[in-house]
Every structure is written in structure tokens, then in C-alpha cells.
Design a protein around this ligand. Structure first.
Ligand SMILES: *Cc1c(COP(=O)(O)O)cnc(C)c1O
Length: 223
């Protein structure tokens, strides 16, 4: 039943450049399927609902690195702060402050990515480029000693036009380079670019992605 999962992971990994890591997006998928992925060596998994994630964390091996990839409400941060490896979709300063506060309570430093809003759709969360630039230039984040800003995350528009997807991803990549050569020039750990999903990761790897978040191409359609 789940035998395809491990095989599909191995096939996807073969197509990824060695510096690109796979986040297996397991939201809505069963413990069994996640274990099938784990058995072929997959260790990074992505989830987007706090309750579902907390339940899975309890039941699954402790060496899994969990990435929170969805929109996170500030009142949910405290539940995931003890164990989350990376919060990928930080889309407001308020959320960043709350992650810092809850990480401090757990005596941890939590890795985060800032989510950019580049896609044309209104429904997408994230910082506008200039908003993000201004916030980082303000330096306020340097007081947040329990978070580490590891890089940027974005979702491209959900369209057929591959040129548009590529344009959007390159905009994120260029913005990363701008930050890397200025604000984060001395910050080695600012080195992650999370873009690319099942339908567009082949484009994302041409646009300098370092983390691809792939769900349905591994686990099948979500019910
Ligand atoms: C669900 C989800 C994915 C994975 O989508 P697929 O199309 O199933 O690969 C990636 N990123 C985010 C933010 C998601 O919510």
C-alpha cells in the first residue's frame, strides 16, 4: 500500500542537486506513510497544522526534523516551540517575537525562514520585499536572541506559465543575494532558500532553491 512512497522519494532525490534538501510534506498523510519515507532515510518532514503535528511527533521517531510550513497563529507557537526544527513561514514581526519568547522559555534557539509575498494571488501570506528589507534594516531582530534567521521561503503563483513561476522564484533568489551581501554578509547561517513544491520543484532547483517542500508527488493526493 505504501511501498511506492520510499521509491518515489529515492527517485526525487536523484533529480536534486546534492546541496538541495528534501522536505517531505506529510500533512494529512498517515503515520504508516511517514514511516515508509523514514525507512528509506528521509528525516525532514513538513506539516502545517499544529494539532496534527503534535500528535505525529508523539508517535514517530525522535530523530525526525519537523519543519512547520503553514501559516502559524501566534497562540499556537507555544505548543511546537519545544521540538520544532524550523518554522518556515514566518510572515509577521509579531509572530517572530512570539517565537523568540517561546523559544526562550524552552531554552532553545529556533531556526526560522521569513516568508516572502511575491506571487500575484491575494490570498498568500508573507512579507512584501520592501517590508522585509525595512524590517531587517531596522536591526530590531538582532535583539531576538532565541531565533536564528536562516533564510527565505516563498510559494510561487499557482499557474501553468512556467516563465512566471521562474520569474517569481528568481525574484526571491535575487532578494536573498541582496540580503546576503548586505545585512547578512557576516552571518554564515543565513543560507537557506525554500521554494519548490510537487509541481514546480524542477523550476525551483534552477532558481537556487536549497529546500524543496514536496508532498503529493511522494505521498499521493491529500484527502
Ligand atoms: C502543502 C504544501 C506543500 C506541498 O505541496 P505539494 O503540491 O503537495 O507538493 C509545500 N509547501 C507548503 C507551504 C504547503 O502548504
Amino acid at each position: 500500500m505504501n511501498s511506492g512512497v520510499g521509491q518515489r522519494i529515492q527517485e526525487i532525490i536523484k533529480t536534486l542537486p546534492s546541496e538541495v534538501k528534501l522536505v517531505a510534506v506529510s500533512k494529512f498523510h498517515s503515520i504508516d506513510k511517514i514511516l515508509s519515507a523514514y525507512q528509506v532515510g528521509q528525516r525532514i518532514f513538513g506539516e502545517s497544522k499544529e494539532q496534527e503535528l503534535s500528535k505525529k511527533v508523539e508517535l514517530l521517531p525522535k530523530d525526525i526534523e519537523w519543519h512547520y510550513i503553514g501559516h502559524l497563529q501566534t497562540n499556537k507557537v507555544k505548543f511546537i516551540a519545544p521540538y520544532i526544527s524550523m518554522i518556515e513561514a514566518v510572515d509577521s514581526v509579531k509572530l517572530l517575537n512570539e517565537i523568540n519568547k517561546q523559544a526562550a522559555k524552552c531554552n532553545r534557539t529556533i531556526d526560522v525562514l521569513l516568508e516572502l509575498h511575491i506571487a500575484e494571488e491575494d490570498s498568500k501570506y508573507g512579507f512584501k520585499l520592501d517590508e522585509c528589507r525595512q524590517f531587517l534594516l531596522s536591526g530590531a531582530w538582532q535583539q531576538l536572541t532565541h531565533i536564528r534567521i536562516r533564510g527565505l521561503m516563498m510559494m510561487a503563483s499557482y499557474v501553468e506559465d512556467e516563465k512566471q513561476i521562474e520569474r517569481e522564484m528568481m525574484m526571491a533568489s535575487d532578494f536573498f543575494d541582496e540580503l546576503k551581501s548586505t545585512i547578512f554578509a557576516e552571518t554564515d547561517c543565513f543560507n537557506q532558500r525554500s521554494w519548490g513544491m510537487s509541481d514546480d520543484y524542477h523550476i525551483a532547483i534552477k532558481c537556487n532553491s536549497t529546500l524543496v517542500r514536496i508532498g503529493s508527488a511522494i505521498f499521493g493526493e491529500r484527502s
